[in-house]
Design a protein around this ligand. Structure first.
Ligand code: FAD
Ligand code: DHB
Length: 385
């Protein structure tokens, strides 16, 4: 089989890339190890930056997002005894949207633009330095297959094979804490997200809809979710998020999902080797505190689609040549922001660090310059910045 772009991975990066290319008349085939149902139900990111929403709207994927998503003007930052609202609209004129990655994924599947081979195995990329790269794999029926292409897009996340096929510099930071994340069938106790610093550790109150809440607690690495029964989780969330403070109440409810996520920063440069291009988590991982992972994947494939369309439709390689540098400019900005939010809000038991964090939080919430810096990064810079 032959196509112009062989895309490995049907996560948001791979499916959106396929959608953008197909709309522009470039052929693509997507290869995915998991089943369609598994990919669609993975609970992950929940916040879309303004530029992600604008892009999805521009390419015909904004209807349900705008009908069912929730636009937020800002976030709350808090520490014991104080809660402050940062209004991104006042500060930067931009907003963010609560719309789960699962919903983005459903919209991409519903668009029907991607030709996806699900449940494949043994994905291997070949001859990526040449103009005739190809991918071999075993299809869902167990038959060996070969997909020839002009270009391979590695959108296979942090555990896929693409990144290993790119000789690259890697930059990495592992954090000494993880997040325990829960999904609960209960109305959110807040109108906008609350990011809380607390001596016991960070907590975040997010949401998915008017009836579903998503909350996180900082926990030590290696934590077993079984050591956190539901009552313990709600009690600790209440403590860290300030239940009872100024009359605010955290309403508990049935927990429907519970998992522990480790936190890591990782950047691989360059994001290209010959005719293999990396996008999304295949090239970089951010800790979740700044809500950047999904947005970065969307920004990468927007740049990559433009570059590949210019190559195939206009015979121009300028954007292909600059893809890695163009994408990495934003990747490093988001890597810094995610590290900065993470280290400002997570506690490690060092009293000196704690005072620095509180000083930083007081500055960010009281200075227009400090607040604007956070708002500009959180609500997101335009794609292509
Ligand atoms: P992925 O979504 O990882 O998609 C990669 C795809 O490639 C997968 O479908 C995978 O099955 C497939 N694949 C892997 N190997 C192969 C192979 N050999 N052959 C074919 N296909 C393959 N970000 C936030 O902003 N906020 C959050 O709260 C948040 N929570 C997260 C929770 C978890 C548990 C994880 C893992 C990530 C979270 N993220 C979060 C990050 C965000 O979800 C990712 O940045 C986003 O999914 C990146 O999209 P992607 O398409 O690049 O990669
Ligand atoms: C969510 C996750 C984040 O990492 C974040 O910063 C905000 C929201 C969420 O899953 O809703």
């Amino acid at each position: 089989m032959r196509t112009q772009v062989a895309i490995i991975g049907a996560g948001p990066a791979g499916l959106l890339l396929s959608h953008l290319l197909t709309r522009a008349g470039v052929d693509a085939v997507v290869l995915e190890t998991r089943s369609q149902e598994y990919v669609a139900s993975r609970i992950r990111a929940g916040i879309l930056e303004q530029s992600s929403v604008d892009l999805l709207t521009e390419v015909g994927l904004g209807d349900r997002l705008r009908a069912e998503g929730h636009e937020h003007r800002g976030i709350y930052l808090q520490w014991p005894g104080e809660r402050h609202h940062l209004d991104f609209v006042d500060l930067t004129g931009r907003t963010v949207w609560v719309y789960g990655q699962t919903e983005v994924q459903k919209d991409l599947v519903a668009a029907g633009t991607a030709e996806v081979r699900y449940e494949i195995s043994e994905t291997t990329v070949h001859d990526v330095e040449t103009s005739r790269p190809y991918v071999t794999y075993v299809d869902a029926r167990g038959t060996a297959q070969r997909l020839d292409a002009d270009v391979i897009a590695g959108c296979d996340g942090s555990f896929g094979p693409s990144r290993n096929a790119v000789p690259a510099e890697t930059y990495e930071r592992t954090y000494p804490y993880s997040w325990l994340g829960i999904l609960a069938d209960v109305a959110p106790s807040t109108d906008e997200l609350i990011y809380a610093w607390h001596p016991n550790g960070f907590a975040l109150h997010s949401m998915r809809s008017p009836t579903v809440s998503r909350l996180y607690l900082q926990v030590p690495n290696g934590t077993d979710p079984a050591s956190w029964p539901d009552d313990r989780i709600w009690e600790e969330l209440g403590r860290r998020l300030g239940h009872g403070q100024d009359g605010w109440k955290l309403t508990p409810g049935p927990i429907t999902d519970k998992s522990v996520l480790p936190m890591r920063s990782y950047v691989q440069t360059p994001m290209r080797h010959g005719n293999l291009f990396l996008a999304g988590d295949a090239a970089h991982i951010v800790p979740p505190t700044g809500a950047k992972g999904l947005n970065l994947a969307i920004a990468d494939v927007t740049l990559l689609a433009k570059a590949l369309v210019a190559r195939f439709r206009e015979r121009s390689d300028a954007l292909v040549s600059s893809y890695s540098d163009d994408a990495l400019r934003r990747v490093w900005r988001c890597t810094h922001f995610s590290w900065w939010m993470t280290t400002m809000l997570h506690t490690g038991g060092d009293p000196f660090d704690a005072q620095l964090q509180l000083s930083q939080l007081k500055w960010v919430t009281s200075s227009t310059a400090g607040a604007t810096g956070l708002a500009e990064n959180y609500a997101g810079l335009p794609i292509g910045f």
